[in-house]
Design a binder for this molecule. Sequence first.
Ligand code: HEC
Length: 288
Amino acid sequence: MSIWSRLFLSVAASLTLCGAALHAAFSAQTPPAVEPGIEISIGGKQLHFDRTQLLSRDDVQTVEIPNDVAYHIAMTYRAVPLASLLRGQDFPRDTVIEAVATDGFAAQLPVDLVTNTDSKAAVAWVAVEPADAPWPDLPGKTVSAGPFYLIWTGEQVGTVRSEQWPYQMARLSTQPSPAARWPQLAVDPALPATDPIRAGQSLFATQCLACHKLNGAGSAEVGPDLNRPLSPTEYLAPAALHALIRDPASVRDWPDRKMEGFAPDQLSDREIEQIVAYLRYMAERQKP
Ligand code: HEC
């Protein structure tokens, strides 16, 4: 066979393969409707709840959120208390609940916070987006907060941080506490308990680690590592770094920007300074 006829045959063969692949792609366009679900793993024990199951439970309620963290307006949801979904489970010691969203966001939530049912404190709910009554798109996005969104009520709702309201939640699992899981986040044990750097470390774990890694630590896949290869304290002027955390668009803006920043009720100026102090301190502790 000449080189040309071989070439012809192989081109023809790949076209046929292409055709087959195209056909497969087109027929895959009408798959059986998949019911969205949420995976929960407690100390290795797997639970699964799907949308219909959750919305038909006895404990589903209508929950009003006066100032919704994701939508910035008043919202009303059908929701199930998270504590009911976790009831009867054994939590391994010194663990947190990691809530992972479909976009790679990963919040670390204290177990006593998510399992509380006393409305004098803060109570967590899994809001479920009904198939026949979809929620609006998130501000500036073309997707809603659904199908599952962690919302909070209770007298102490103000103590729940903005990044503890994960939307598009896909998975909840018990994990070792961030400090035990990722020693790369640690400060020198000799640092006094009252040092502002320690306050910054704990704020960082709640408000920043949900999107950013640091020294490779963290499970988020949304923003850049904030200490590798360089810390932003090494290339951003202090005032600009503070302004960027408060309102990234005030420093630079573009259509695909994802970080929203933090209003003063989500992080005070003092708290931003504590986080920056932690970042500056960690710049000296870069791990390759
Ligand atoms: C919801 C996700 C999210 C959260 C929460 C978040 N960030 Fe970001 N951040 C990003 C993303 C994504 C970028 C990259 C730019 C963009 O798309 O906005 C970024 C960029 C940055 C930058 C600029 C880095 C560079 O070199 O360009 C800094 C500094 C920063 N974030 C600090 C923080 C700090 C400090 C916190 C916590 C107080 C925080 N971020 C919380 C998502 C987030």
